[in-house]
Each structure stands twice: as C-alpha cells, then as structure tokens.
Design a binder for this molecule. Structure first.
Ligand code: IMP
Length: 182
C-alpha cells in the first residue's frame, strides 16, 4: 500500500517495515551487548511503542525484564499547561538499569516528564531509545541514546503510531501528504 486514508487525511509510504526491522535488529544487538550482565528493565511507553517493543525484545538475548508504562496527559491550569502522570509502574526501579522504549520524541515534553518521574526512584542508569526522533520539533532538550530514525516535522502513522486512534496496526510507517486535509 503506497497510500492510506485515515479520517480526513492522506498518508504516503515513508519507512518500509523491512527497513524498520533491519534497524530494530541492529539496535537489539547493540543493547544486548551494552547491557549484558546488567539485568536491565525495559520500560516500553504505551500505546505507541507496542510493535517496536515486540520486534525489539524478540531479538534481545540477555537477562532482562519488562514493565509497560503509560504517560497520561491532562490539562492543568493555564500556568502549568499540560500535566503528565506516569501509570503502570509496580516494581521498584531503585538501583536498576532502565531502558525506556518510546515510539516518537516530538516536542520532548513527554520524555522530560518521564525522566523526572523515573529519576525520583534513583535508578542506576536511564537509557533512552526512541523509534522516531523529530529533532527539529524539540522544545525541551532531550537527547536520546538511540534514535532508530531521525525524521523532520511531518506527522506519521503506522507501526504503532496513530492518528485519532487509527493506523496503529499498519505494518509500514506513513507520513502525512502535504495539503492532505480533505
Ligand atoms: P512529545 O511530548 O511532544 O514529545 O510527544 C510525544 C507523543 O506525541 C508521542 O508519544 C505520540 O503519542 C505523539 N506524537 C507526536 N508526533 C506524532 C506523530 O507524528 N504521529 C503520531 N503521534 C505523534
């Protein structure tokens, strides 16, 4: 499928699953090598990272555990803007080596809050892995340890990422076509 229509927008093929898979296998090797004997905890951020996580972890061959987390957003008052809270953490992360798996870093706000919350637990280290990195959109200084793909400011869907709740099941990553709104 070269093009998909979701709600009022049109998206075109951007990164094929085959390329994603190759890159994910590469970083799985890198992580396995770097964290061998460190018993890391993977923290995939739901919902967007579910496909990425499944492909990555199938290729990580070291002792490790996984805890899925979610960052809930709600509107604060006008001075605080958007407030984010961290859901899903059940086990203590004190002294643990954490590997965050995120689908996309856009403004960096979500990751900033996440890092602040996780640091409160005094982990041994925090390693940030993102599938997509929109460096030009950053409003907070977030520098991931691994960005699988650097992209510009286009809106993307597929491979876990959604538009209005749709498109997460798409195998490839698609980007919004210029003037796609119908
Ligand atoms: P940030 O807090 O601005 O970095 O945004 C992070 C969240 O915004 C991601 O976890 C996604 O849920 C959503 N997001 C940002 N850009 C895109 C996109 O291009 N497609 C789909 N979701 C996006």
């Amino acid at each position: 499928m070269e093009q998909v229509h979701i709600e009022d927008r049109t998206f075109e093929l951007f990164i094929r699953y085959e390329s994603i898979k190759d890159r994910v296998m590469e970083i799985a090797k890198e992580i396995s090598y770097k964290f061998e004997h460190l018993d890391p905890v993977f923290l995939p951020v739901l919902n967007g990272s579910f496909m990425f996580t499944a492909d990555l972890l199938k290729n990580v061959n070291i002792k490790s555990s996984v805890q899925f987390i979610k960052v809930a957003s709600y509107q604060g008052d006008s001075s605080t803007g958007q407030v984010k809270s961290l859901l899903g953490l059940s086990d203590s992360l004190t002294g643990k080596h954490i590997i965050i798996l995120e689908d996309i870093i856009d403004t960096g706000l979500t990751m900033k809050h996440l890092l602040e919350e996780l640091n409160k637990q005094n982990p041994a280290s925090i390693f940030v892995v993102t599938l997509l990195y929109k460096k030009e959109s950053l409003q907070y200084p977030i520098n991931p340890d691994i960005a699988c793909f650097n992209i510009t400011q286009e809106f993307v869907v597929g491979y876990g990422l959604d538009y209005e709740g749709y498109g997460r099941n798409l195998r490839h990553i698609y980007k919004e076509r210029v003037n796609s709104k119908q």
